[in-house]
Design a protein around this ligand. Structure first.
Ligand SMILES: NC(=O)c1ccc[n+]([C@@H]2O[C@H](COP(=O)([O-])OP(=O)(O)OC[C@H]3O[C@@H](n4cnc5c(N)ncnc54)[C@H](OP(=O)(O)O)[C@@H]3O)[C@@H](O)[C@H]2O)c1
Length: 286
């Protein structure tokens, strides 16, 4: 058997292949997309993992021999790729077919049921920009799993072997969970883009890194409510009004400030740092 095989040797496919190999699992290699010759991502896969990355037309026996076929392709390609594997007769009973989308459930893999394969969605709650760093980044990361019961049980074993934290998620909760993941990751970077533009300091966003790191350290030790400081937490309506006045000529920054300001009022209210009058005034302002 070929153990794990990855269709889509991109960031997550390569990262998982590296991490699973390092944890002692057998990884057979990767497969490029159908109708595509060798790609940059397949070359990089082989460079990093020293495992083969085959073109689709050469991949039949690798996929037939796999215990687990991971479709680490863009979300919209998961179902068409799974359907092609079913139509070509490359999958069989006893295999697990998995995807790593955060927003979509294992229902994207419904078609593999027709050949008796099991379906799994396994999402690493981590951002992978450089697959070489993935094994380190997966340590301590939460992985959410959902799908056929035996496949989820096996996925929990893999995740523990990677040093991750396995968590079961219901299919219907995935979209909301993934929206939260996007806010925790991509939105933070977008926010730093706004910060950079707004402050106009010569050292740009980097000037704010110690502040961001300070807030993260407080979050780690105290949690969001107790870590919260700033004008809203102090009920300082005059300062918030001043901020809103200067943001009028930057509609994106104003929108971000108002949206996050409302969330801050709600957190400060939960913390109990605002009087009823201060909360009402801030809510009217924002
Ligand atoms: N990156 C992250 O931080 C992250 C984190 C958690 C989950 N995920 C999920 O992991 C999955 C893969 O994401 P990624 O960031 O690893 O993507 P990626 O780096 O862009 O890699 C995608 C891979 O799929 C191949 N591919 C593209 N279109 C295809 C198609 N139509 N049919 C077959 N293969 C195709 C690409 O090959 P080519 O080289 O030919 O383009 C590439 O090897 C997605 O479901 C994503 O939501 C990503």
């Amino acid at each position: 058997m070929a153990g794990f095989v990855f269709v889509g040797p991109g960031r997550v496919g390569t990262g998982l292949a590296l991490a699973l190999s390092a944890a002692g699992y057998q990884v057979g290699g990767a497969v490029s997309r159908p109708n595509q010759s060798v790609t940059r991502s397949s070359n990089r896969f082989t460079e990093l993992t020293h495992l083969p990355a085959l073109q689709w037309m050469d991949a039949r026996s690798l996929i037939e021999q796999a215990d687990v076929v991971f479709l680490t392709v863009p979300d919209q390609a998961v179902t068409p790729v799974a359907q092609t594997l079913v139509d070509d007769g490359w999958l069989h009973r006893g295999q697990i077919v998995a995807h790593t989308s955060g927003a979509h459930s294992s229902a994207l893999l419904q078609c593999v049921e027709s050949v008796g394969a099991q379906k799994l969605s396994l999402h690493p709650l981590q951002t992978i920009a450089d697959p070489a760093k993935a094994p380190l980044l997966f340590t301590g990361a939460t992985f959410t799993a959902e799908g056929d019961e035996d496949a989820v049980t096996k996925a929990f074993e893999w995740v523990r072997a990677l040093g991750g934290i396995p968590v079961r998620l219901r299919a219907e909760d995935k979209a909301k969970y993934h929206a939260a993941a996007v806010l925790a990751s991509n939105a933070v970077l977008a926010l730093m883009g706004v910060v950079d533009e707004l402050a106009g300091l010569p050292n740009g966003w980097a000037a704010f890194l110690p502040l961001v790191e300070g807030a993260l350290n407080n979050l780690r030790t105290l949690g969001p409510k107790e870590a919260l400081t700033g004008p809203i937490e102090r009920g300082d309506i005059v300062t918030v009004q001043k901020h809103l006045d200067v943001l009028r000529d930057n509609p994106t920054a104003l929108l971000v400030y108002v949206a996050l300001g409302r969330a801050t009022v709600s957190l400060a209210a939960q913390k109990g740092s605002l009087s009823g009058a201060q909360r009402d005034a801030l809510e009217r302002l924002l």
